[in-house]
Design a protein around this ligand. Structure first.
Ligand SMILES: NC(=O)C1=CN([C@@H]2O[C@H](COP(=O)(O)OP(=O)(O)OC[C@H]3O[C@@H](n4cnc5c(N)ncnc54)[C@H](O)[C@@H]3O)[C@@H](O)[C@H]2O)C=CC1
Ligand SMILES: O=C(O)[C@@H]1CCC=N1
Length: 266
Protein backbone atom coordinates (compact mmCIF):
# COMPACT_ATOMS: atom_id res chain seq x y z
CA UNK A 1 0.00 0.00 0.00
CA UNK A 2 2.77 2.43 1.01
CA UNK A 3 4.06 2.72 -2.58
CA UNK A 4 0.70 3.09 -4.31
CA UNK A 5 0.29 6.25 -6.35
CA UNK A 6 -2.99 8.06 -5.77
CA UNK A 7 -4.61 10.73 -7.94
CA UNK A 8 -7.51 12.71 -6.54
CA UNK A 9 -9.24 14.46 -9.42
CA UNK A 10 -11.14 17.44 -8.01
CA UNK A 11 -9.59 19.05 -4.94
CA UNK A 12 -12.81 20.41 -3.44
CA UNK A 13 -14.30 19.68 -0.01
CA UNK A 14 -14.27 15.90 -0.19
CA UNK A 15 -11.14 15.55 -2.34
CA UNK A 16 -9.04 17.61 0.07
CA UNK A 17 -10.48 15.86 3.13
CA UNK A 18 -9.62 12.43 1.69
CA UNK A 19 -6.08 13.53 0.82
CA UNK A 20 -5.49 14.86 4.35
CA UNK A 21 -7.02 11.77 5.96
CA UNK A 22 -4.80 9.40 3.99
CA UNK A 23 -1.68 11.45 4.77
CA UNK A 24 -2.50 11.65 8.49
CA UNK A 25 -2.89 7.88 8.66
CA UNK A 26 0.56 7.35 7.10
CA UNK A 27 -0.56 4.43 4.93
CA UNK A 28 0.60 6.15 1.75
CA UNK A 29 3.44 8.68 1.53
CA UNK A 30 2.17 12.23 0.94
CA UNK A 31 4.51 12.58 -2.05
CA UNK A 32 2.62 9.68 -3.73
CA UNK A 33 -0.65 11.63 -3.67
CA UNK A 34 -1.57 14.17 -6.35
CA UNK A 35 -4.66 16.35 -6.01
CA UNK A 36 -5.87 18.19 -9.11
CA UNK A 37 -7.93 21.31 -9.44
CA UNK A 38 -8.09 23.89 -12.19
CA UNK A 39 -7.32 26.79 -9.83
CA UNK A 40 -4.42 25.22 -7.92
CA UNK A 41 -3.82 28.35 -5.83
CA UNK A 42 -6.93 27.33 -3.85
CA UNK A 43 -5.24 24.11 -2.66
CA UNK A 44 -1.76 25.45 -1.87
CA UNK A 45 -2.15 24.36 1.78
CA UNK A 46 -1.90 20.72 0.67
CA UNK A 47 1.65 21.39 -0.44
CA UNK A 48 2.65 22.08 3.17
CA UNK A 49 1.75 18.42 3.86
CA UNK A 50 3.99 17.32 0.93
CA UNK A 51 0.95 16.40 -1.17
CA UNK A 52 1.48 17.18 -4.86
CA UNK A 53 -0.96 19.56 -6.50
CA UNK A 54 -1.57 19.95 -10.22
CA UNK A 55 -4.02 21.28 -12.76
CA UNK A 56 -3.15 18.45 -15.14
CA UNK A 57 -5.62 15.56 -14.76
CA UNK A 58 -3.97 13.50 -17.49
CA UNK A 59 -0.54 13.62 -15.89
CA UNK A 60 -1.99 12.73 -12.47
CA UNK A 61 -4.05 9.85 -13.87
CA UNK A 62 -1.33 8.38 -16.08
CA UNK A 63 0.87 6.87 -13.37
CA UNK A 64 -1.78 6.42 -10.67
CA UNK A 65 -2.67 3.02 -9.19
CA UNK A 66 -5.79 4.50 -7.58
CA UNK A 67 -7.89 7.37 -8.96
CA UNK A 68 -10.52 9.17 -6.92
CA UNK A 69 -13.12 11.03 -8.98
CA UNK A 70 -14.11 13.84 -6.61
CA UNK A 71 -15.74 16.29 -8.99
CA UNK A 72 -19.45 17.13 -9.05
CA UNK A 73 -21.73 14.56 -10.76
CA UNK A 74 -22.31 16.80 -13.81
CA UNK A 75 -18.53 17.08 -14.37
CA UNK A 76 -17.78 13.38 -14.15
CA UNK A 77 -18.32 12.33 -17.78
CA UNK A 78 -16.07 15.06 -19.14
CA UNK A 79 -13.29 14.27 -16.64
CA UNK A 80 -13.45 10.53 -17.37
CA UNK A 81 -13.34 11.08 -21.13
CA UNK A 82 -10.31 13.33 -20.65
CA UNK A 83 -8.27 10.84 -18.59
CA UNK A 84 -9.54 7.48 -19.91
CA UNK A 85 -6.97 6.96 -22.72
CA UNK A 86 -4.15 7.41 -20.16
CA UNK A 87 -5.51 5.20 -17.37
CA UNK A 88 -3.52 1.96 -17.04
CA UNK A 89 -5.24 -1.46 -16.96
CA UNK A 90 -6.06 -2.52 -13.39
CA UNK A 91 -6.09 1.04 -12.01
CA UNK A 92 -8.64 1.27 -9.22
CA UNK A 93 -11.31 3.91 -9.88
CA UNK A 94 -13.25 5.35 -6.94
CA UNK A 95 -16.14 7.65 -7.80
CA UNK A 96 -17.65 9.91 -5.15
CA UNK A 97 -20.30 11.30 -7.49
CA UNK A 98 -23.79 11.00 -6.06
CA UNK A 99 -26.27 9.13 -8.23
CA UNK A 100 -23.94 8.01 -11.07
CA UNK A 101 -23.95 4.22 -11.33
CA UNK A 102 -20.91 2.06 -12.02
CA UNK A 103 -22.21 0.99 -15.45
CA UNK A 104 -22.35 4.63 -16.61
CA UNK A 105 -18.84 5.23 -15.26
CA UNK A 106 -17.61 2.16 -17.13
CA UNK A 107 -19.37 3.40 -20.27
CA UNK A 108 -17.64 6.79 -20.04
CA UNK A 109 -14.24 5.03 -19.63
CA UNK A 110 -15.04 2.81 -22.64
CA UNK A 111 -13.09 -0.03 -20.98
CA UNK A 112 -13.34 -2.48 -18.10
CA UNK A 113 -11.68 -1.32 -14.88
CA UNK A 114 -12.23 -2.09 -11.19
CA UNK A 115 -14.79 0.62 -10.38
CA UNK A 116 -15.91 1.58 -6.89
CA UNK A 117 -18.56 4.03 -5.79
CA UNK A 118 -18.00 5.55 -2.37
CA UNK A 119 -20.43 7.61 -0.37
CA UNK A 120 -18.70 9.24 2.58
CA UNK A 121 -20.26 12.00 4.65
CA UNK A 122 -18.85 15.40 5.50
CA UNK A 123 -17.47 14.18 8.86
CA UNK A 124 -14.67 12.82 6.66
CA UNK A 125 -13.03 16.21 7.27
CA UNK A 126 -12.40 15.20 10.91
CA UNK A 127 -11.78 11.49 10.25
CA UNK A 128 -15.26 10.43 11.42
CA UNK A 129 -17.00 9.56 8.18
CA UNK A 130 -19.44 6.70 7.70
CA UNK A 131 -18.51 5.59 4.20
CA UNK A 132 -20.49 3.03 2.21
CA UNK A 133 -18.72 1.54 -0.78
CA UNK A 134 -19.91 -0.59 -3.70
CA UNK A 135 -17.67 -2.57 -6.03
CA UNK A 136 -17.96 -3.35 -9.76
CA UNK A 137 -15.55 -5.69 -11.58
CA UNK A 138 -13.20 -5.68 -8.60
CA UNK A 139 -11.42 -8.56 -6.89
CA UNK A 140 -11.10 -9.12 -3.13
CA UNK A 141 -7.65 -7.57 -2.92
CA UNK A 142 -8.86 -4.40 -4.63
CA UNK A 143 -11.91 -4.28 -2.32
CA UNK A 144 -9.60 -4.52 0.70
CA UNK A 145 -7.41 -1.67 -0.59
CA UNK A 146 -10.41 0.66 -1.00
CA UNK A 147 -11.88 -0.37 2.36
CA UNK A 148 -8.54 0.29 4.06
CA UNK A 149 -8.27 3.75 2.49
CA UNK A 150 -11.68 4.82 3.77
CA UNK A 151 -11.06 3.24 7.18
CA UNK A 152 -8.39 5.93 7.65
CA UNK A 153 -11.12 8.58 7.64
CA UNK A 154 -13.81 6.90 9.76
CA UNK A 155 -15.82 3.69 9.45
CA UNK A 156 -16.29 2.02 6.08
CA UNK A 157 -18.25 -0.91 4.72
CA UNK A 158 -18.89 -2.60 1.39
CA UNK A 159 -22.53 -2.83 0.32
CA UNK A 160 -24.34 -3.94 -2.86
CA UNK A 161 -24.60 -1.10 -5.38
CA UNK A 162 -28.40 -1.25 -5.23
CA UNK A 163 -28.13 0.13 -1.67
CA UNK A 164 -26.03 3.17 -2.63
CA UNK A 165 -29.04 5.52 -2.78
CA UNK A 166 -30.11 4.34 0.67
CA UNK A 167 -26.56 4.84 1.93
CA UNK A 168 -26.57 8.35 0.53
CA UNK A 169 -29.71 9.19 2.47
CA UNK A 170 -28.83 7.50 5.76
CA UNK A 171 -25.17 8.55 5.98
CA UNK A 172 -24.58 11.58 3.73
CA UNK A 173 -27.93 13.37 4.14
CA UNK A 174 -28.05 11.88 7.64
CA UNK A 175 -25.43 14.33 8.85
CA UNK A 176 -27.82 17.19 8.04
CA UNK A 177 -30.76 15.47 9.75
CA UNK A 178 -28.69 14.94 12.92
CA UNK A 179 -27.49 18.55 12.85
CA UNK A 180 -31.05 19.80 12.52
CA UNK A 181 -31.93 17.75 15.65
CA UNK A 182 -29.06 19.45 17.49
CA UNK A 183 -30.17 22.87 16.24
CA UNK A 184 -33.75 22.27 17.39
CA UNK A 185 -32.59 21.01 20.80
CA UNK A 186 -30.50 24.17 21.09
CA UNK A 187 -33.53 26.33 20.35
CA UNK A 188 -35.43 24.49 23.07
CA UNK A 189 -32.48 24.89 25.42
CA UNK A 190 -32.48 28.65 24.91
CA UNK A 191 -36.17 28.82 25.70
CA UNK A 192 -35.55 27.08 29.03
CA UNK A 193 -32.70 29.37 30.02
CA UNK A 194 -29.36 28.61 28.37
CA UNK A 195 -27.45 31.12 26.29
CA UNK A 196 -27.15 29.96 22.69
CA UNK A 197 -23.45 28.96 22.85
CA UNK A 198 -23.89 26.89 26.00
CA UNK A 199 -27.10 25.34 24.67
CA UNK A 200 -25.23 24.26 21.53
CA UNK A 201 -22.31 22.83 23.51
CA UNK A 202 -24.65 20.85 25.76
CA UNK A 203 -26.81 19.59 22.88
CA UNK A 204 -23.86 18.59 20.66
CA UNK A 205 -21.96 16.72 23.38
CA UNK A 206 -25.21 15.01 24.45
CA UNK A 207 -25.78 13.70 20.91
CA UNK A 208 -22.14 12.60 20.69
CA UNK A 209 -22.53 10.71 23.98
CA UNK A 210 -25.78 9.08 22.81
CA UNK A 211 -24.13 7.88 19.59
CA UNK A 212 -21.03 6.65 21.42
CA UNK A 213 -23.22 4.61 23.80
CA UNK A 214 -24.54 2.67 20.81
CA UNK A 215 -21.21 2.42 19.00
CA UNK A 216 -19.02 1.53 21.99
CA UNK A 217 -21.45 -0.49 24.10
CA UNK A 218 -23.25 -2.05 21.10
CA UNK A 219 -26.63 -1.52 22.74
CA UNK A 220 -30.00 -0.81 21.09
CA UNK A 221 -31.40 2.75 21.33
CA UNK A 222 -34.50 1.62 23.23
CA UNK A 223 -32.34 -0.16 25.81
CA UNK A 224 -30.52 3.11 26.48
CA UNK A 225 -33.80 5.08 26.45
CA UNK A 226 -35.21 2.71 29.10
CA UNK A 227 -32.30 3.68 31.37
CA UNK A 228 -33.25 7.39 31.21
CA UNK A 229 -37.02 7.11 31.48
CA UNK A 230 -38.00 7.12 35.15
CA UNK A 231 -41.64 5.96 35.65
CA UNK A 232 -43.86 9.06 35.80
CA UNK A 233 -40.63 11.02 35.14
CA UNK A 234 -39.84 13.99 32.98
CA UNK A 235 -38.06 12.20 30.11
CA UNK A 236 -40.97 9.93 29.18
CA UNK A 237 -43.38 12.90 29.28
CA UNK A 238 -41.22 14.83 26.85
CA UNK A 239 -40.56 11.82 24.62
CA UNK A 240 -44.23 10.88 24.40
CA UNK A 241 -45.17 14.46 23.56
CA UNK A 242 -42.56 14.43 20.76
CA UNK A 243 -44.07 11.23 19.39
CA UNK A 244 -47.63 12.68 19.63
CA UNK A 245 -46.27 15.54 17.50
CA UNK A 246 -44.91 13.05 14.96
CA UNK A 247 -41.17 13.08 15.75
CA UNK A 248 -40.24 9.56 14.50
CA UNK A 249 -42.80 9.78 11.72
CA UNK A 250 -41.39 13.11 10.48
CA UNK A 251 -37.89 11.66 10.39
CA UNK A 252 -38.95 8.52 8.53
CA UNK A 253 -40.96 10.57 6.03
CA UNK A 254 -37.96 12.85 5.48
CA UNK A 255 -35.71 9.85 4.83
CA UNK A 256 -38.22 8.50 2.28
CA UNK A 257 -38.57 11.90 0.58
CA UNK A 258 -34.80 12.19 0.12
CA UNK A 259 -34.64 8.58 -1.14
CA UNK A 260 -37.46 9.09 -3.65
CA UNK A 261 -35.76 12.21 -4.94
CA UNK A 262 -32.58 10.24 -5.70
CA UNK A 263 -34.44 7.28 -7.20
CA UNK A 264 -37.17 9.07 -9.16
CA UNK A 265 -35.92 12.65 -9.31
CA UNK A 266 -38.97 13.88 -7.35
N1 LIG B 1 -21.14 12.33 0.74
C1 LIG B 1 -21.44 13.59 0.92
O1 LIG B 1 -21.79 14.06 2.00
C2 LIG B 1 -21.38 14.44 -0.21
C3 LIG B 1 -21.00 13.93 -1.43
N2 LIG B 1 -20.85 14.73 -2.47
C4 LIG B 1 -20.32 14.20 -3.74
O2 LIG B 1 -18.88 14.30 -3.74
C5 LIG B 1 -18.39 14.86 -4.93
C6 LIG B 1 -17.52 16.05 -4.61
O3 LIG B 1 -18.26 17.00 -3.86
P1 LIG B 1 -17.59 18.25 -3.16
O4 LIG B 1 -16.21 17.91 -2.72
O5 LIG B 1 -18.56 18.76 -2.18
O6 LIG B 1 -17.55 19.24 -4.42
P2 LIG B 1 -16.62 20.50 -4.64
O7 LIG B 1 -17.32 21.36 -5.63
O8 LIG B 1 -16.17 21.09 -3.35
O9 LIG B 1 -15.33 19.84 -5.31
C7 LIG B 1 -15.23 19.51 -6.65
C8 LIG B 1 -13.88 20.10 -7.11
O10 LIG B 1 -13.59 19.65 -8.40
C9 LIG B 1 -12.95 20.71 -9.08
N3 LIG B 1 -13.06 20.46 -10.52
C10 LIG B 1 -14.11 20.66 -11.32
N4 LIG B 1 -13.82 20.30 -12.59
C11 LIG B 1 -12.56 19.84 -12.55
C12 LIG B 1 -11.69 19.33 -13.54
N5 LIG B 1 -12.08 19.23 -14.82
N6 LIG B 1 -10.46 18.96 -13.17
C13 LIG B 1 -10.05 19.06 -11.89
N7 LIG B 1 -10.83 19.55 -10.91
C14 LIG B 1 -12.05 19.93 -11.25
C15 LIG B 1 -13.69 21.96 -8.64
O11 LIG B 1 -12.92 23.11 -8.84
C16 LIG B 1 -13.89 21.63 -7.16
O12 LIG B 1 -12.82 22.11 -6.40
C17 LIG B 1 -19.62 15.20 -5.76
O13 LIG B 1 -19.67 14.33 -6.86
C18 LIG B 1 -20.81 15.03 -4.87
O14 LIG B 1 -21.87 14.37 -5.49
C19 LIG B 1 -21.07 16.07 -2.30
C20 LIG B 1 -21.48 16.60 -1.10
C21 LIG B 1 -21.72 15.82 0.04
O1 LIG C 1 -27.83 16.68 -1.02
C1 LIG C 1 -27.28 16.15 -1.97
O2 LIG C 1 -27.82 16.13 -3.07
C2 LIG C 1 -25.91 15.48 -1.81
C3 LIG C 1 -26.03 14.02 -1.80
C4 LIG C 1 -25.46 13.55 -0.53
C5 LIG C 1 -25.14 14.73 0.17
N1 LIG C 1 -25.34 15.76 -0.54
Amino acid sequence: MKNKKIAIIGGGNLGQAIAKGIVNSNIVAASNITVTRRRTHLIQTLKELDIRISSNNIEAATDANIIFLAVKPYQIQQVIEEISPYVQKGTIIISLATGIDALSIEKYFKKELPIFRAMPNTAIAIGESMTCISAHHANQEQEQIVLTLFEQVGQALIIPEELMSSATVLAACGIAYALRFIRAATQGGIEIGFGSNLALQVAAQTVKGAAELLIKAGTHPEEEIDKVTTPRGVTISGLNEMEHQGFSSALIKGVLTSFNKIENGK
